[in-house]
Design a protein. Structure first.
Length: 193
């Protein structure tokens, strides 16, 4: 992620993306992020041995000098992926990117922590894992765990059993009262005249 108002960094990233779009992506297909990364790694091993006019050598020839000039890595690895915290709605699904993932309905109304990595989506509530799904990179899908669907059905049945629907209290009136109020008489058979 580039910092705001940093066009130089954005230009570097866009040039690298443009190079990959014109040199690496054409004619390739991928089954997922892992396949993309594996193919890119194989391609970079070959591409980095080619000489570059701007460098005066191949990038692979400079790796040893570059590594010697680098600082050591920090003791704690950087945080990757995405994290979000929200209250679980009544439909017991959370949205990550454009996909909806089911969460155990026992967490409805409580704050949940959503963590999305390259291959996994995990949801925790008060430190307990309440959902774990394989990450889906397609768009606008709903991923449901059968256990979550079953538990939601049980909760609905329990709630319906706890709250029986009361009969409405409505006074039942004799129809003759209406006839009398409207001034209608009755004939010899007992019907309205």
């Amino acid at each position: 992620m580039c910092k705001p108002a940093d066009p130089e960094a954005k230009g570097l990233i866009e040039r690298a993306h443009g190079y990959l779009e014109t040199s690496f992506l054409p004619g390739r297909s991928f089954t997922g992020p892992a396949d993309f990364n594996a193919q890119l790694q194989q391609w970079l091993a070959r591409a980095n041995t080619r000489p570059r006019r701007a460098l005066g050598c191949a990038p692979a020839d400079r790796i040893t000098a570059d590594k010697a000039a680098m600082m050591t890595l920090p003791p704690v690895p950087p945080v990757t992926g995405c994290r979000a915290s929200s209250r679980l709605p009544r439909d017991y699904y959370i949205r990550l990117d454009s996909n909806d993932y089911s969460v155990h309905p026992a967490a409805i109304g409580r704050r949940v922590e959503v963590t999305g990595g390259l291959d996994r989506v995990q949801v925790t509530c008060e430190g307990k894992v309440v959902a774990g799904h394989a990450r889906t990179w397609a768009r606008h899908l709903t991923i449901s765990d059968p256990e979550h669907t079953r538990a939601a059905g049980e909760l609905r049945r329990e709630r319906a059993a706890l709250r029986p629907v009361p009969e409405p209290e409505v006074q039942v009136r004799c129809l003759a009262d209406y006839d009398a109020a409207l001034g209608l008489g009755t004939d010899a058979d007992g019907g309205a005249a």
